[in-house]
Design a protein around this ligand. Structure first.
Ligand SMILES: Cc1cc2nc3c(=O)[nH]c(=O)nc-3n(C[C@H](O)[C@H](O)[C@H](O)COP(=O)(O)OP(=O)(O)OC[C@H]3O[C@@H](n4cnc5c(N)ncnc54)[C@H](O)[C@@H]3O)c2cc1C
Length: 417
């Protein structure tokens, strides 16, 4: 194995958004930095973000609001948010000639709507600050002495550095290079890994009839998660039906909760099509509407209030002939329709795996990392940034903001001490 004759101040492992920010920031402050990426190019996953448009960040919240969105571990993020929050991220890109725009729900995108421009801006930032970028460089582990890393091992060479920033990401979308390599190393170095699980993923449903709804989308739908006949959580958002089950921002954001519940038994998702009415209010409305439209057949009346696919399914599940006239509909049949409109139940088969998950929940335990510097509390010269941390958020720019803020903090602190 060749020993590189160069010694770096800082070695950053992983050329995703967190690694690029960390490397650029450390170099900007004067460090001699090497960035190692196992793919042949940087930012493979970054290019897929926001359907190729890249939802860079999220500006709808102050620090408290943002942190709440990150759930149980959110508090860890306070310092990183204060050091380099969404406002600073927008300034960062705009000062580098990448104008941004704000879309629905505080989501920020480059004006060009193209993730490649975000990647080019970051690559220029690295080059302008003299970062040595080595691609096709798969790190295979570390050598360490005492509580410090001495060397980093690649296939055919060893790299020496004073500080190491680990940004190898999680396990989501492994085809992009995020195969969870970092977990094993840091475990070996004495860190705890909170079991990585797919998050922000679609959900497979047991009932075959769900495929009848394939392609249908509902804006601002309301769902509840049920387990052991108890309502466990409720969510609202845009829902999409697929050939295997449920997707869209609503389900993707609920998937982490669904996965946690699945550990204790089966989970049912209840969709309420008319959440603004109680069962008896909805029933009364239908009684009146049926009286006024009694010559219409069922399918023609309901098409005014339901999409064709949903109507066909509701009538199929209620076992009602769609051509029946409203005045021939029995009370029992009407009540069956009302019950389904108020509570259409889907049994969860599984949350789709890492191949389809947008992020990983779990990762390096945060109690072992200093939130002000991203420095390991176990290995003196090791830092972390990005998705490798046990920290993740919903869709809407939260996850990239985690990368920018933690990358910035890690990069800023490697020259200190
Ligand atoms: C389809 C999709 C869309 C998304 N859209 C958005 C969005 O619009 N907004 C948002 O906020 N978030 C989005 N996310 C989430 C976001 O992309 C991730 O949170 C983010 O990329 C994590 O960045 P990271 O730098 O921590 O890790 P990664 O982006 O996973 O980068 C890690 C890098 O490390 C490299 N690496 C791994 N092991 C080694 C090794 N042994 N040696 C050398 N290199 C190694 C990998 O090849 C990879 O390039 C999306 C995710 C997906 C999958």
């Amino acid at each position: 194995m060749n020993k590189s004759d160069k010694k770096f101040d800082v070695a950053v492992i992983g050329g995703g958004p967190a690694g690029m920010m960390a490397a650029g920031r450390a170099a900007e402050l004067g460090a001699k930095v090497v960035l190692l990426e196992k793919n042949s190019a940087l930012g493979k996953k970054l290019l897929l973000t926001g359907n190729g448009h890249c939802n860079i960040t999220q500006i709808n919240h102050d620090a408290r609001g943002f942190v709440e969105k990150l759930g149980r571990n959110g508090k860890f993020f306070f310092s990183a948010f204060s050091a380099f929050g969404p406002k600073e991220v927008v300034e960062f890109f705009e000062q580098k000639n990448l104008p941004t725009k704000v879309e629905k729900n505080g989501r920020v995108f480059p004006v060009t709507d193209d993730a490649i421009d975000v990647l080019s801006t970051l690559t220029k930032y690295l080059k302008d600050n003299g970062v040595e970028i080595i691609t096709d460089a798969e790190v295979s582990g570390f050598e360490f002495a005492g509580n410090k890393i001495s060397d980093m091992k690649l296939k055919d060479q060893i790299i020496k550095a004073g500080k190491f920033i680990l940004c190898t990401g999680g396990k989501a979308y492994p085809a992009t290079g995020s195969t969870g390599d970092g977990y094993a190393w840091v475990k070996e170095l004495g860190h705890t890994i909170v079991t990585p699980m797919p998050a922000l993923a679609p959900v497979r449903i047991k009932e075959d009839w769900v495929s009848d709804l394939q392609g249908l989308s509902l804006e601002v739908a309301s769902i509840s998660l049920w387990q052991n006949e108890k309502k466990q959580a409720s969510f609202q958002g845009d829902l999409l039906f697929t050939h295997f089950g449920l997707s869209g921002p609503l389900i993707i954001n609920a998937s982490k909760e669904i996965n946690l519940l699945l550990q204790n038994g089966s989970v049912t998702i209840e969709l309420e099509l008319f959440p603004e009415f109680t069962i008896s209010e909805l029933d009364k409305k239908l009684v009146l509407a049926f009286e006024e439209n009694n010559r219409k057949d069922i399918k023609n009346y309901f098409r005014e209030i339901l999409s064709r696919k949903m109507l066909d399914l509701i009538l199929k599940l209620a076992e009602i002939d769609p051509d029946k006239k409203l005045n021939f509909l029995t009370k029992k049949e009407r009540q069956k329709i009302v019950a389904l409109l108020k509570s259409l139940k889907f049994t969860v088969s599984e949350v789709m795996g890492f191949d389809q998950a947008m992020v990983t929940s779990g990762g390096v335990a945060l109690k072992e990392i200093d939130p002000k510097t991203m420095q390991s509390k176990i290995i003196e010269n090791l830092y972390f940034a990005g998705e490798i941390l046990d920290l993740d958020g919903p869709t809407g720019g939260y996850n990239l903001q985690i990368c920018w803020s933690t990358g910035y903090l890690a990069g800023s602190n490697t020259l200190k001490q």
